[in-house]
Design a binder for this molecule. Structure first.
Ligand code: HEM
Length: 424
């Protein structure tokens, strides 16, 4: 293949760098800063049998994920398959698959989570109910419950998602007084402590690393969700996402996705959604708590608008939207996204990218690129996305469009619309 090798260290330097990146991964912001430092738009670690290419600029990211999506939308499943035990593979969620299986799952996602009428009816109703429940819970909360706000938001988001997935509330287990999802949270935390949510990332690049706890926890979460999904289908909860999945594939007579695979999709939704939204809400609260003037201005904007502000009113709330967008910009939850992989040899920016190279989009670098954000990208500025239209203060949606915490292209986050509601 013609084209030069992307910039990056040689074999020895690559392993040293990888060790630093991996040991820092869950403080992935600093890992991302480290990778983008002086490295330019593309940076590759050459690990002999495998290569990891970090994309640090919007231009290269758009080339790979939009223009050449057919080459760079895989999840690297083939190389993972060589490393992962058979038992773990069967628990994998459907839309992390590649090729036809992934397209089938996407067809379903597009007919539900991205479909306005479904979002307006089922999803919004479930979110409203979850918010009412959340309000009651917060009012009754004792101060010590509030010590770890992320836990509270996470329970809220889990409630939202349980309602959407299984059409049942994720409420307190009155017998033990514990959240019935405690075990699930522990599993999700254990997952987060391993490297990325991507099964096999570590075992792909460092084949002898032990990932036992990680695997046990993946299987634990999957078994739990499978039981809930079967219960929802058995009791015929029509508005549950899992029931819709089943109906969708019964009609479609697909040879790839089967109705009983619905729980696998739920597995993806829960592992991808339960930690991300609370993370954003926690940063929202952090920035509001550190700036009383900002709090006042946002409160005032809501007061001026009138009572009962809903997500639909967001376009009339420029200060609120600018603030929320700035949090997404400076604190992208999936700082380094979820790795993609090259399904064949190709090029990005004229550089040769070999088949099976892991492609990691560095959202932090894109959101801090001085080319887009002038001299002060690392400063939190809640007014960054405001502009004057005549005498009116408006939300600069063109500028906001280059904030992409959900990534771009056919493989971008399918939960974006669902995430926006509860966090707003
Ligand atoms: C603020 C919250 C969230 C952020 C910032 C976020 C971000 C992301 C990103 C960056 C990706 C990788 C996209 C790519 O590889 O190109 C992703 C994938 C994914 N997200 Fe989200 N996400 C959020 C919430 C959610 C929610 C609530 C759900 C479920 C309803 C969800 C479901 C998924 C799934 C299933 C994938 C995998 C898609 C695939 O492999 O094709 N996410 N998300």
């Amino acid at each position: 293949l013609s084209g030069k090798t992307p910039p990056g260290p040689g074999l020895l330097g690559s392993f040293t760098q990888l060790k630093r990146v991996v040991s820092d991964f869950f403080r992935s912001r600093s890992a991302a800063e480290m990778i983008s430092e002086k490295e330019g738009g593309l940076y590759q670690l050459n690990l002999g049998l495998s290569k990891i290419c970090f994309i640090n600029s919007r231009g290269f990211r758009d080339e790979a994920f939009l223009e050449k999506y057919h080459l760079f939308s895989d999840r690297g499943v083939e190389s993972n398959k060589k490393q992962l035990p058979e038992e773990l593979m069967q628990w994998r969620g459907t839309i992390r698959d590649n090729g036809a299986a992934s397209e089938e799952a996407r067809a379903f996602v597009n007919s539900t989570l991205k479909e306005t009428s479904y979002l307006r009816t089922t999803v919004e109703t479930q979110i409203e109910e979850a918010i009412a429940f959340f309000d009651d819970e917060l009012t009754g909360a004792i101060p010590s419950d509030l010590v770890v706000p992320k836990m509270i938001f996470r329970e809220h988001v889990l409630d939202v998602m349980t309602r959407i997935a299984f059409d049942t509330a994720g409420h307190r287990n009155t017998i033990s007084g514990q959240w019935q999802f405690q075990k699930f949270f522990e599993d999700v935390d254990a997952l987060s402590n391993s490297v990325l949510f991507q099964p096999g990332f570590i075992s792909t690049v460092l084949p002898n690393t032990k990932v036992d706890d990680y695997e046990t926890n993946l299987v634990g979460v999957a078994k739990y969700l499978k039981e809930r999904a079967e219960e929802a289908i058995y009791t015929n909860r029509e508005t549950s996402l899992v029931q819709r999945y089943s109906d969708f594939f019964l009609k479609r007579e697909s040879s790839i996705a089967q109705p009983e695979d619905g729980w696998r999709l739920m597995y993806d939704f829960f592992t991808a959604g339960v930690n991300t939204v609370p993370e954003v809400i926690t940063w929202d609260i952090y920035y509001l708590a550190s700036d009383l003037d900002l709090q006042d201005k946002i409160r005032q904007e809501m007061k001026n608008f009138g009572t009962d502000v809903t997500y639909d009113d967001r376009t009339s709330l420029p200060r609120t939207m600018s603030f929320l967008t700035e949090v997404h910009r400076l604190r992208p939850v999936a700082t380094l996204g979820i790795p993609h992989a090259a399904s064949a040899d190709g090029t990005i920016g004229g550089y040769a990218i070999d088949k099976e190279t892991l492609i990691i989009p560095n959202h932090w670098a894109m959101h801090n690129d001085p080319a887009d954000w002038q001299s002060d990208p690392q400063v939190f500025d809640a007014t960054r996305f405001l502009k004057l239209n005549g005498n009116d203060l408006t939300f600069d949606s063109d500028k906001a469009r280059i904030v992409t915490p959900f990534s771009v292209g056919p493989r971008s986050c399918p939960g974006q619309e669902v995430a926006a509601g509860p966090s707003f």
